[in-house]
Design a protein around this ligand. Structure first.
Ligand SMILES: [Mg+2]
Length: 214
């Protein structure tokens, strides 16, 4: 389903904001020397999961929400385990909170400990898309910076490039998952992110990442 169709209801649980950081307000500190793991922000729908009213027999069901079945992208648990060894992990979805909460609780054993933050549509900025004639939710990484992160050490994984158009230097685009059989993108991405971390880049934004999956 499209992210716009998901309902945005009153939060059931508290929103997990970012934890206070050692580096609040200090944008020019050389982070790698302070040994703070980089931050990896993950989109949710069509990146980690696929929610649909269709039955897809070959996929694992994570949870159900209203009329939707939420399917796991293949290799999701291996991906999460792998990236958590080298990155702090956060989720930022343009979906509504009740739906996102249900999905996240089925992916992570203890979301409030496992995730640096969990942001939903309330943190997005609504923009008008002149091409499609529709509103969409953009993710402004300025909000991440204002929470104390150094954007040189932040990556955001997205299947919808326009959602992070203001911060393409931080973005890693992944092909949208819509139930394809034998999808291996998360395995490939885990390998890329592991290698990328080992390379020890001071400013992720300066490194070409568009062809990571080729
Ligand atoms: Mg998405």
């Amino acid at each position: 389903m499209s992210e716009r169709t998901k309902t945005d209801q009153t939060p059931r649980l508290r929103e997990m904001g970012p934890a206070p950081r050692l580096l609040d307000g200090l944008d020019n500190v050389n982070l790698p020397s302070l040994q703070v793991d980089p931050l990896l922000i993950l989109d949710m729908d069509e990146t980690l999961v696929y929610a649909t009213t269709r039955e897809i027999p070959h996929l694992n069901v994570l949870t159900r929400f209203e009329e939707y079945t939420v399917y796991e992208r293949p290799h999701l648990s291996e991906f999460i385990a792998s990236v958590r060894e080298q990155y702090r992990v956060a989720i930022w979805t343009a979906a509504g909170r009740d739906y996102a909460q249900a999905v996240i609780e089925s992916v992570f054993q203890n979301p409030s400990q496992d995730l640096d933050f969990f942001w939903t549509s309330e943190r997005c900025t609504t923009k008008w898309d002149y091409d499609s004639g529709e509103f969409y939710n953009r993710k402004n990484l300025g909000k991440v910076r204002r929470s104390g992160e150094d954007l040189r050490q932040v990556l955001i994984v997205e299947d919808t490039p326009k959602n992070v158009a203001d911060h393409y230097g931080n973005a890693i685009y992944i092909s949208p998952f819509e139930g394809q059989e034998n999808d291996r993108e998360l395995l490939k991405l885990a390998a890329f992110l592991g290698q990328f971390r080992q390379e020890g880049h001071e400013d992720f934004r300066r490194i070409e990442k568009r062809w990571w999956s080729e």
